[in-house]
Ligand binder design. Sequence first.
Ligand SMILES: O=C(CO)COP(=O)(O)O
Length: 263
Amino acid sequence: MPDRQVSPRLRPLVAGNWKMHGLREALPEIAKTCAAAAGGGAGEAELVICPPATLIMAAAAICEGSPVAIGGQDCHSAPSGPFTGDISAEMLKDAGASYVILGHSERRSGHNEGDESVREKACAAFRAGLTAIVCVGETKAEREAGEALPTVGAQLTGSIPNSSASEGLVIAYEPVWAIGTGLTPTPHDIAEMHRFIRARINDHLPGQGDKIRILYGGSVKPDNAAELMAVDDVDGFLVGGGSLTFKDFMAIAGVYRQAAKAG
Ligand SMILES: O=C(CO)COP(=O)(O)O
């Protein structure tokens, strides 16, 4: 088990992004996660599950009183209004969510979401009392062109509000080419990017860089979670496919329990 060298001051966060997966029959997976987390299965890590919107109320009811929090996967920037098909941050909060994922690359590419829109949504999340998990990440072409750092830096400063309490904001670095592909950047490249993001946050939100958690996302699986956890400046994970079953999600979150036991 590699040593955990990083950010012992920040409580790790492991968030599961279910994307457009999950019918009601999947709810027992959430109940099992709550029971395992209550039994210490995730060590010091905080757990969040972001199911599809249709399951948020039921999931929140299951998780009530447990250490597992529920999040949405997107929100509109307005509190209410004539926006057919959209959900406001206030509605997520009302349904029992306490987190919301914003600016995921699948929304940036599939719904033309730009940085400004993500920033407005993050402001809406703060207004509603939700913690925003703002996603950034470069494409394969951008990395190959040596543009990964400036691309992510511009996305980051364009997507986060100009002021934020550290408890209201989490950043997720998700290289687009690592999502659902089984590929991950090298530990060196992840560490370099996370260090860069932390420095950028400090420039943008003075004093907050060391308080805001920076998650890694993209093909996090039970068999690589321990190695990724040990990378400098990685404060947790945003997990897609590996969050869909209780077994895999707890195996991933469980690396924080094992690290605590080991050291
Ligand atoms: O997009 C992701 C989480 O938001 C990552 O997805 P995978 O873990 O399936 O690669």
